[in-house]
Design a protein around this ligand. Structure first.
Ligand SMILES: [Zn+2]
Length: 240
């Protein structure tokens, strides 16, 4: 058994890491298009769940032309460059088997894949052997913002925006690690999408960001309604 090993670089931001598996083309394409339902490995895994499909860079022009001939009718990409060196889709690993009826199975182990989905376009990313972690911000297209926020320090007094939390955190961050991850993922994604690097310096958050921050406060108040902790009413100046 080889457990997933997630790269925890940047753990100071405590970003969520999504497991990813690198696969050579054309297999990454075939998997993400629900044609290949099993991925062969020399090692077994107990991991079950969502996994990103990464396409490695090794893919000769000759192989690409052969594959294009085979699967052009299924929409196989004519541009080889657009399908190597990045994340191309995702699937759910539901089982790890030693036997499988698929013509693509040759073992010795097969990771059974379900609910495969191809991404609209490749997300450039370096691959690694085995399972590796990809920060969720890479998928949200906000990795440059994460890099910026990570580089920011405690430039002035600024506390977590969770009502009642006095933990200091850099002005570029919404709040302390504990409370940030207490928020639902869709709200955290919305904050990332609407956050503009530097807004906390200029003091000019966009209307979209303020709306997102309001939505967060509304969620927190609703969440706290079932707990004895007192909740405060958010003020606009306290939103960023
Ligand atoms: Zn906090």
């Amino acid at each position: 058994m080889r457990p997933p090993e997630f790269d925890r670089d940047g753990a100071d931001l405590a970003e969520e890491m999504i497991p990813c598996l690198s696969v050579r083309q054309p297999y990454a394409w075939l998997i993400s298009h629900c044609i290949k339902p099993v991925e062969n490995r020399t090692w077994s895994t107990k991991f079950r769940g969502r996994v990103l499909i990464h396409a490695g860079v090794t893919y000769s022009k000759r192989d690409h032309l052969d594959d294009l001939e085979s699967w052009r009718h299924l929409g196989y990409p004519e541009d080889r460059e657009s399908m190597v060196g990045g994340i191309v889709g995702e699937a759910v690993i539901t089982d790890c088997v030693k036997q499988h009826p698929s013509e693509y199975f040759f073992g010795p182990y097969g990771f059974v894949l379900d609910q495969a989905k191809a991404f609209e376009r490749l997300i450039p990313y370096g691959g690694r052997l085995g399972f590796f972690g990809v920060p969720s911000s890479v998928l949200a297209g906000v990795s440059h913002k994460v890099a910026y926020v990570k580089s920011q320090g405690q430039t002035r007094k600024h506390h977590c925006h969770w009502p009642g939390c006095t933990a200091q955190c850099p002005p570029a961050m919404w709040g302390c690690t504990r409370h940030w991850y207490a928020l639902p993922k869709d709200l955290r994604d919305r904050i990332w999408r609407t956050y503009v690097p530097g807004q906390e310096v200029k003091g000019t958050p966009s209307a979209a960001y303020l709306e997102a921050a309001q939505a967060v406060q509304a969620w927190i108040l609703h969440h706290l309604a079932n707990t004895p902790a007192p909740a405060t009413t958010p003020q606009q100046e306290g939103l960023f």
